[in-house]
Design a binder for this molecule. Structure first.
Ligand code: AHR
Length: 838
């Protein structure tokens, strides 16, 4: 992958005026970089597992796809959760998901070459296994027929000529006909047969396992599996499975070799499993129950996951642990903390049920690392792995909030720590005041799904953490969202420079989501379809960081006075709502200590511009009654720079909250104090502009807006310093700078004896620098540069051009203690500079 490009020559020089100076000081060492830093986070989402990493080629192999999500019942086309209190907002949730008919035959079709299509249905009589009771029953009729049962795989079955595929299925046939056969074939829609086998059909009415190997005579990605019955009577089909013989590390029930290898190439320090929101579930019953994900895959019931499809959990707990071992990564298991997803049903376990969940987590740990003579250790041995697996971390919950979580965490933490003191336990809390309620906190797990510009703006966010922080940070999920391009990948690179610089505080980091099947069309780190996979540019960013992680940081300074330019907004002032109905009164603007505008809304129709939403002024109260979409109004003919804006605001219903708008130019360009941001999790500032809606915060707080409470809201704008108060309490303060997108971090690799300088140029112009290596001793004249770049920041890899933008490695010549280096536009550059022993 690291192709050799042109030989680059650095110029030993004195400083030139149009260059930034990057000073790296070997005598000033910073944080050691833990081996744990760069890991990966797997969750079954967008068919990342089934139809993705997991090599099974048959969709709905056990006919279990029609099962409702656990904890729901079917009503009027919806899977409806039991009504109950939602822990995050203390209201009764009436949670439901649409449930379309016909899921039970997902992936399957039945045809007949003789006469009409036979009767077929998914049934539960005489189940093959109690946990997976469904099978496909086909009435073949009284006389010999020619019935073909097809499975399309995951949007086509991909075959490679000459490769072998392991087929397995269970059939039960009831027929008077003797000496019958079933044909197993891989065919495409034009009828081309890539492989075929006849097998003798047992017709005694008992379940019988059939197994064979199919060797492909052709290459293609639109094959189907065909089971052809040339008999009479009734046949039942269950657990139909097809795997490539070549899986990652040759494991049975294994992973796709190409995808597994790309993940292994990241050299992940840890692997997190199983998520994500699916740990929590749509309902408590719908959570991932690890015990249902081990053992014979035929007996695993699977579960409808909250990302909209049923998971087989073929890539289950055992396979996850095996993958950790195969990639030399440490395992991170995430257990449910007694609460379902707060964005879904939000039901929670009672105090007694918490004990059962703690036991569930303890059993999982015992399965991974317990002696093979223990209850669950012996189960691991039975499943083929007597030695313990490398489980190192357990995360208690995912994205949970509040005092209820804190109390649950304390119980989980003390029980797990008492039995397994060697494990590192992670709290699912982000930066939150609930941390104070945790008896013992080792690591917290903030998540960031923000725009590229947020990541550029916050490359220094961890520099602001206090040195005596009483816990470590695991950035468990981060992704620059919006259009996925080199621009957003470089934003993540910029952010990772800050992570690496603060590796004493931020000890683990993982991007999310990891894998996407292209049928879903969302952009994750790896994008795949049935016959190929490519890494987006952010995959290569992560790979470069992981492969070039030094032992210890070196102080690195960029001398550029224009790196941070304070922004002082000026423009209209107004009010906005986001997916929320709300009321407002006593709106007032003060400038230089003088009240310049106040209203009881009698002037509303004349003085205010209504851009979005439904606004109604009555009896001194302004109402925006629509709880969906965005509302926006501003005061006409009124420009304000520094000012104080006061109002009273009350949320009535909806997902988020209300906002005070300032510095506005038009309905697409303005700033706001956003109360109830991020689905009502936080209070922060936001800029609406050409780059979309960019959150302006460094640490997101967990400050929701409650319904039916009249808040006294105040926003103070003083140049680039902005403050937002609610009920006279300062909720958020932010200093806004426009950032020049130049970033650097460096360290020393003690093993290779090299200084490693990482430079990110997020601008589309070259970044000319002078690199000044202080106290570096004797520098060898030739090093290496690794460059990821493209002239266009909007570029990205694709199936057509999977290697369009990849790291290119070349020689870096004539290096001295001071040398000039120019980073290409839109680039991430790593310089490896060898130094002699002093
Ligand atoms: O990565 C997708 C989801 O985002 C994860 O499941 C969840 O933890 C976060 O909200």
């Amino acid at each position: 992958m690291l192709a050799c490009a042109v030989i680059f020559t650095a110029h030993a020089s004195s400083v030139s005026a149009d260059r930034d100076r990057i000073t790296v000081d070997m005598a000033k060492q910073g944080a050691e970089i833990p081996k744990s830093l760069y890991g990966i986070f797997f969750e079954e989402i967008t068919h990342s597992g089934d139809g993705g990493l997991y090599a099974e080629m048959i969709m709905n192999r056990g006919f279990e796809d029609g099962n409702l999500p656990s904890g729901t019942t079917l009503k009027d086309g919806f899977a409806v959760a039991k009504h109950g209190y939602c822990y995050s907002n203390d209201t009764i949730n009436k949670f439901k998901v649409e449930w379309k008919a016909g899921k039970e035959t997902n992936g399957w079709s039945v045809e007949s070459k003789v006469g009409s299509v036979p009767q077929y249905s998914v049934v539960t009589d005489r189940p093959l296994h109690a946990a997976t009771p469904h099978s496909l029953q086909i009435d073949l009729g009284a006389s010999v027929s020619d019935v073909r049962v097809y499975n399309d795989g995951y949007w086509g079955i991909a075959l490679t000529k000459g490769e072998k595929y392991n087929f397995e299925c269970y059939l039960r046939a009831d027929s008077k006909a003797k000496e019958q056969t079933v044909e197993i074939a891989l065919v495409d829609k034009s009828g081309q047969v890539a492989a075929s086998r006849q097998m003798k059909l047992n017709t005694d009415g008992e379940w019988c396992r059939y197994e064979t190997t199919l060797k492909a005579a052709h290459t293609g990605n639109q094959y189907r599996l065909m089971l052809r019955f040339n008999t009479s009577g009734t046949v039942w089909i269950d657990y139909v499975s097809l795997f490539p013989r070549k899986t990652f590390m040759g494991r049975e029930n294994g992973l796709r070799n190409d995808v597994g290898q790309m993940l292994a190439d990241l050299k992940p320090a840890f692997v997190r499993w199983p998520g994500g929101c699916i740990v929590e579930g749509l309902t408590m019953d719908n959570r991932v129950k690890w015990k249902e994900t081990i053992g014979n895959p035929m007996t695993r019931p699977g579960e409808y996951n909250l990302w909209g499809y049923r998971s087989t959990y073929g890539f289950g707990y055992h396979e996850f642990l095996q993958f950790c071992e195969d990639t030399k990564a440490e395992g991170m298991f995430v257990c449910n903390a007694g609460m379902s997803c707060l964005f879904r049903n939000g039901d929670y376990a009672s105090s007694n049920q918490i004990d059962e969940l703690i036991q569930e987590a303890l059993d999982a740990i015992e399965y991974a690392i317990g002696d093979k003579n223990t209850r669950w250790g012996s189960e691991r041995a039975k499943n083929g792995h007597p030695a313990p697996f490398p489980l190192k971390y357990v995360e208690i919950g995912n994205e949970n909030i509040g005092s209820r979580y804190a109390a649950n965490y304390n119980r989980f933490h003390s029980a797990i720590k008492a039995k397994y003191p060697q494990l590192t336990l992670i709290s699912a809390l982000m930066f939150s005041k609930n941390i104070e309620e945790l008896n013992e906190v080792e690591i917290i797990d903030p998540h960031y799904y923000e725009t590229a510009d947020w990541f550029y703006n916050n490359a220094n966010v961890y520099d602001k953490l206090p040195n005596d922080l009483p816990y470590k940070v695991y950035v468990g999920e981060y992704a620059a969202i919006g259009r996925s391009t080199l621009y957003s990948s470089l934003a993540e690179a910029a952010y990772l420079t800050g992570v690496e610089r603060n590796a004493d505080k931020v000890q683990l980091v993982s991007y999310a989501p990891l894998i996407e099947n292209a049928v879903h069309g969302r952009d994750h780190l790896l994008v795949l379809k049935n016959d190929s996979v490519y890494g987006r540019t952010n995959y290569y960013v992560l790979k470069m960081f992981s492969e070039n992680s030094p032992s210890i940081n070196l102080e690195t300074k960029i001398s550029d006075e224009n790196l941070l330019r304070p922004v002082s907004p000026s423009g209209f002032v107004g009010i906005s709502t986001g997916n929320t109905s709300a009321q407002f009164k006593d709106f007032k603007v003060t400038r230089n200590g003088r009240v310049d505008y106040t209203t009881s809304w009698s002037d509303f129709d004349n003085s205010w511009h209504k851009a979005r939403g439904e606004w109604r002024a009555e009896n001194g109260v302004l109402t925006q009654p629509n709880a969906h979409g965005d509302g926006l109004i501003w005061l006409k003919d009124f420009e304000a720079g520094d000012c104080v804006i006061d109002m009273k605001a009350r949320k009535m219903a909806g997902y988020e909250g209300f906002r005070i708008v300032f510095g506005g130019k038009d309905e697409r360009h303005y700033f706001m104090a956003d109360m109830g941001s991020h689905s009502n999790e936080s209070v922060l500032f936001r800029e609406i502009g050409d780059k979309g809606s960019v959150s302006l915060f460094d640490y997101r707080n967990q400050e929701p807006v409650y319904v039916d409470h009249w808040y006294d809201v105040r926003v103070e704008i003083k140049g680039n310093n902005w403050k937002c108060y609610m009920d006279n309490v300062l909720k958020y303060e932010y200093n806004y700078y426009d950032v020049r997108k130049h970033y650097a971090v460096s360290g020393y690799d003690k093993t290779k004896k090299e200084i490693v300088v990482k430079l990110v140029n997020g601008e589309d112009t070259p970044w000319k620098t002078t690199v000044d290596l202080k106290n570096a001793g004797k520098i060898k004249p030739q090093g290496v540069q690794i460059v990821l770049s493209d002239p266009s920041s909007g570029s990205e890899n694709s199936f057509a051009e999977p290697l369009k933008i990849v790291p290119r490695e070349s020689a870096l010549n004539q290096i001295g203690s001071t040398f000039e280096y120019t980073c290409a536009p839109n680039s991430f550059v790593i310089l490896r500079i060898p130094v002699s022993d002093k």
